[in-house]
Design a binder for this molecule. Structure first.
Ligand SMILES: Nc1ncnc2c1ncn2[C@@H]1O[C@H](COP(=O)(O)OP(=O)(O)OP(=O)(O)O)[C@@H](O)[C@H]1O
Ligand SMILES: [Mg+2]
Length: 226
């Protein structure tokens, strides 16, 4: 196991410029997540939760501060380096699922593998096993346009875990689901990440879901401070 946190941020900042105005969203975020642990992040709408996930995943570049992945500085790395590392090492789950509607559940899960290399026999096996574990054994061949919201999100969870990532980032993964379906997806997400020994950063508005993670954080005034 790595001695470094999976992700560390020091004084991370993000100011957007829109219509000639500066919008300071994050102002000095310090953050650490250890291997195999879970953290939830809550905060009012507009407080910068999604922005923070974009920074931690290096999909957005910070306007200040430093980011480390397993102790390695991410600032200054090329887009290719970040994309390659992200594809193998990180899984992401979004509120809006982002599945390919014309592809089957199985093909959607395998897409995570296609991005990093050829699909081998053991990859198909892994994808099928993950779909079984999220309760979709009988839906593998269904195109995702024909799946329910809850089923889509379970496919997205399986896809996020396909490459055995060290960490999962989830942005309001139950935001588009009814309460009961959301509970089921949340239980799967927490159980599977634990079984796979992956760390989890969960952005949620749901206090009960947040309470199920090892550490609970609240984003306000651009940071986690008081
Ligand atoms: N690309 C952008 N350009 C300009 N402003 C942006 C951009 N993205 C986000 N913002 C602004 O940054 C602030 C934080 O947005 P963000 O999406 O991170 O909030 P959030 O905490 O995820 O909110 P929600 O709970 O509603 O999802 C908002 O005021 C938003 O308008
Ligand atoms: Mg958001």
């Amino acid at each position: 196991m790595s001695e470094h946190p999976i992700i560390s941020a020091r004084a991370l900042a993000k100011t957007y410029t829109a219509a000639g105005r500066e919008i300071p969203v994050l102002q000095g975020v310090d953050f650490d997540i250890l291997a195999g642990t879970s953290v939830s992040i809550r905060g009012e709408s507009g407080s910068g939760k999604t922005t923070l996930l974009y920074l931690l995943s290096a999909l957005e570049t910070p306007t200040g501060g430093e980011l480390f992945w397993e102790g390695e500085p991410v600032n200054g790395k090329s887009q290719d380096w970040k994309a390659a590392r992200r594809a193998r090492w990180m899984g992401m789950v979004f509120q809006a699922f982002y599945l390919m509607p014309e592809l089957s559940a199985l093909e959607n899960v395998l897409m995570a593998r296609r991005i990093v290399g050829q699909v081998r026999a053991q990859d198909s096996q892994r994808a099928k096993e993950l779909l079984e574990r999220v309760g979709l054994k009988d839906r593998m061949k269904h195109v995702s346009a024909q799946l329910s919201g809850g089923e889509c999100q379970r496919v997205a969870v399986a896809r996020a875990l396909m490459n055995r990532p060290k960490i999962l980032l989830a942005d309001e993964p139950t935001g588009n689901l009814d309460e009961t379906t959301g509970e089921g997806v949340m239980t799967l997400l927490l159980e599977l990440t634990r079984q796979e020994a992956a760390a989890l950063i969960l952005v949620t508005h749901n206090a009960a879901h947040a309470a199920r993670t090892d550490q609970t954080l609240f984003l306000r005034k651009g940071g986690f401070g008081k």
